[in-house]
Each structure stands twice: as structure tokens, then as C-alpha cells.
Design a protein around this ligand. Structure first.
Ligand code: ARG
Length: 429
């Protein structure tokens, strides 16, 4: 298809074309539905200021609907020679609608088109991720409630520290994810402003109906300064990636723990056969590759955020083609987070604590801090003095592990998990 910027009698060098387009024509399949949606809004805006007639608008909207169907069924494809989805849309409209179709680019640039499409993509995916994350969080909480009183060592420095419980661990994963969900909302609200109408970054002499397009596209705000609209490309994506990284931090903490706690040395959890892989040479192996890949992919998401920041941090104000390179890490990270939430959920459904096996691993010294606290309380002596006496008294100190858990009554400790509060947080998000 012809380029929107093609000049008569000159053709771009095919090597330069392939290099600059690279895989963008494939990546733009992710943006196509959003760009169609934004193009419909732009067309409505043009009609409201008299650039398009009602009849022309109707034709454009219907052609855009047809394009979406054809693209979904694979009958319309974005090709290298198209460069991007924006070109496909415009050429499709001007192909059949001729003059009417050619009017669509009045008052807009591919620069604000891509910004708008990406922003709609991010908003949509933040919602999808939130829904998935909420489901997984709920399952963490259910697991915590079901195994609330199963004692399990708590560690610092990978050394046994104090007695914890399965409920305590899983409430920690839950609360972490719930915080991440609040952060998804915060990012959603921060990026919820409409850049459409900023054109190439410097506005236009038309009094575009930016309020109308904002309403049409369900943005909360209008992003006002047309140059800032351009300058926010990459800035908003890096915020989005921060929200995604937070989710990966939570999930990879769970993955890491599970990998360690299912090793022979620990043997704290039973894992369903369908969730483990084997070895080609060692018949006994039951590996948690899913959790390992999730842990590894966390690095991809965090480095994608750095990549996005690096791409845009030293650019002067305004659009640059470099910004195109932000799409790949953005889309890749979204896919990773959505898949990882599913994977974490599968493991969550396929594991069970092995209470007896865990009990065998609880060292007697794990109660030292509790003993010192008890001594300080009973004898009304300074904790530091009790701490020194604990070594001598530990041999005779034999608490029941379940009672010990119950005795940890400080808010958020194993004996006071505050499940009611968690349930209400879950309901509110
Ligand atoms: N593929 C381009 C991008 O993602 C679309 C915008 C092109 N704009 C331009 N002025 N060349 O940035």
C-alpha cells in the first residue's frame, strides 16, 4: 500500500524501509482495534466541527466497522510496505470512500494516533490484569484461610527465625497482590487522559472537539499541552511497566518460596504431577519449571521498564521515531504478566502443605525469641536480660507449635492475621 508521506517520483530505499519498520508492522496488530476505535472518535469530532457531513461520518464509521471485521478474520493484514496500522486504516478508508476517506487525517497526525491507541491499549490491559490479579489474590486468601493454622518456619537470612504459619505466608502474598492492584488503579487514573487532538505535537489551526473525543473514548481527562502529549510517550508506558513489575515482584516471591519449599531439604508442599517437569536422565526429578520461568520472566519485565526509560530519557521534546521501539517491551510485558498470573493460579490450585513433614523441620531454637519475650513479660525484666537467659532455658521450653502461632497476637502476626480486613479489602477493589 502507498505510504501516507510518499513523494512523487521517489521511493524509499528498501533496506532503510525494512530497518525502520522492522517488526512494527506485526506489533501494530495489537493496536489495530484501538486505532480503529480512536479513528471513529476522531471522525465524530470532525463531524462536530463541520469538516465531515453526517453522511460522510456514517460512511466512515461503517467502513471502519468493515475493516475491523476483515482484519479480525485475517483478510486484511498489515504489511511491511504499509509501515503501520495507521496507514492501513487511512488507505482502507480512502480506497473505497475516496475523497471522504481522505478527509480522515484532517487535524491529526500518526503521532497522536499512535499515542491514543497505546493509551487505550494500556487502559484496557490494566483492567484485564486487575481482573486476573484479583482472582489470584482471592485464591491466595482462600489458601491462607484453609491452612491458616499449619505451623511453618519463618526465615531471615534463609535461617530459621521464628515460627510462622502457612496462613501467615499466604496472607503475605495476598496483601502484596492487593497493594499491586491498588497501584494498577493509581496508574490507570494517572494515564487516563486523552492525547488525541495534539496532532504532531504542535496542535492545529482547527478548533478540534477534544471534549467530544475524550467522552467518546471514555478518558477521564484531556491531556492539554500538545507537546506534553508527545513528551509523555514512554513516560506513561514506564509507569504502566512499574505497575506490571510490582505484580511480577509479588508473583516471583511466591515462585521463589515454592521452589525452595518443595525441594527435598524442605519438603513443605506437595505439588500435583501435572505441574512438574522431569529430566531426560534422572527419573526421580520433579521440577517446578513453571515457577522458574515465572521468576526468570520477572527480569524481562523489570528490564523492559528500564529499556523504555532509556529509549526516551535523553530525547529532546517532540516526536522521534525511536519511540516506536517502546511498543515491543510494552506488549511483551503485558503478555508475560497475564500469563504469569495464570501460571501462579495453577500452582496455587495444585499445591498442599505437608503438615507432618514441615513439623519435622521446625528447629527447637525457633522459639528462642518467644522464650525471651515470655521471660521479660513474666519476670518483668528487661528484654536484653531475658535474651541472655534464653539460651539456658530453651531446653525446658516446649511450646505446642499451634499454640505458639496463636500466641502471636500483634496485628498481622500469625495469631492475628485479620482475615476480616483482607476480605473487606478484596471486596473493595
Ligand atoms: N510506528 C510509528 C511509531 O510507533 C508511528 C508514528 C509514525 N510517525 C512518524 N512521524 N513517522 O511511533
Amino acid at each position: 500500500m502507498s505510504k501516507l508521506w510518499a513523494k512523487k517520483g521517489s521511493k524509499i530505499n528498501t533496506i532503510i524501509e525494512a530497518y525502520t519498520v522492522n517488526e512494527d508492522y506485526l506489533l501494530d496488530n495489537q493496536l489495530m482495534p484501538y486505532d480503529i476505535q480512536a479513528t471513529k472518535a476522531h471522525a465524530k469530532g470532525l463531524e462536530s466541527i463541520g469538516i465531515l457531513t453526517k453522511e460522510e461520518l456514517k460512511k466512515i464509521i461503517s467502513r471502519l466497522g468493515a475493516l475491523e471485521k476483515l482484519w479480525k478474520s485475517g483478510k486484511v493484514k498489515i504489511k511491511v510496505t504499509d509501515e503501520d496500522c495507521h496507514t492501513v486504516i487511512e488507505n482502507f478508508l480512502s480506497g473505497k470512500l475516496r475523497t471522504t476517506g481522505k478527509k480522515i487525517h484532517t487535524g491529526r497526525s500518526r503521532n497522536d494516533q499512535v499515542l491514543t491507541a497505546i493509551r487505550l491499549y494500556m487502559k484496557d490491559n490494566l483492567k484485564k490484569i486487575k481482573k486476573e490479579a484479583k482472582k489470584v489474590a482471592k485464591h491466595f486468601l482462600e489458601f491462607a484461610i484453609e491452612h491458616q493454622n499449619v505451623p511453618m518456619p519463618g526465615y531471615t537470612h534463609t535461617q530459621q527465625a521464628m515460627l510462622s504459619s502457612v496462613g501467615h505466608y499466604f496472607c503475605a502474598y495476598f496483601e502484596s497482590l492487593i497493594d499491586d492492584i491498588s497501584f494498577l488503579d493509581a496508574v490507570h487514573s494517572q494515564i487516563d487522559s486523552n492525547p488525541l487532538g495534539s496532532a504532531a505535537g504542535y496542535g492545529t489551526s482547527l478548533l478540534l472537539d477534544r471534549e467530544l473525543t475524550t467522552k467518546e473514548l471514555k478518558f477521564k481527562n484531556i491531556q492539554i499541552n500538545s507537546l506534553y502529549c508527545q513528551n509523555s510517550r514512554g513516560k506513561f508506558e514506564s509507569l504502566y511497566l512499574e505497575a506490571l513489575s510490582q505484580i511480577m515482584f509479588s508473583l516471583s516471591r511466591f515462585a521463589n518460596d515454592l521452589i525452595l519449599f518443595t525441594s527435598q531439604e524442605f519438603d513443605f508442599f506437595k505439588v500435583k504431577n501435572t505441574l512438574v517437569t522431569g529430566s531426560s536422565i534422572m527419573p526421580q526429578k520433579r521440577n517446578l519449571d513453571g515457577m522458574e520461568i515465572l521468576r526468570g520472566k520477572t527480569h524481562i519485565v523489570t528490564s523492559n521498564q528500564s529499556l523504555i526509560k532509556d529509549i526516551c530519557k535523553n530525547l529532546i521534546s517532540g516526536y522521534h521515531r525511536d519511540l516506536q521501539l517502546i511498543k515491543k517491551p510494552l506488549f511483551e510485558s503485558t503478555e508475560i504478566v497475564l500469563q504469569s498470573l495464570d501460571i501462579a493460579d495453577l500452582y496455587l490450585k495444585g499445591i498442599k502443605p505437608k503438615e507432618k513433614s514441615i513439623a519435622k523441620k521446625i528447629s527447637h531454637e525457633i522459639y528462642m525469641a518467644d522464650l525471651a519475650t515470655d521471660l521479660a513479660k513474666q519476670k518483668k525484666i528487661p528484654f536484653r536480660t531475658a535474651y541472655k537467659q534464653a539460651h539456658k532455658k530453651i531446653a525446658k521450653y516446649k511450646p505446642d507449635p499451634k499454640e505458639n502461632i496463636k500466641s502471636k497476637i500483634s496485628l498481622g502476626a500469625p495469631g492475628n492475621l485479620d482475615i476480616h480486613y483482607y476480605k473487606s479489602r478484596l471486596r473493595k477493589i
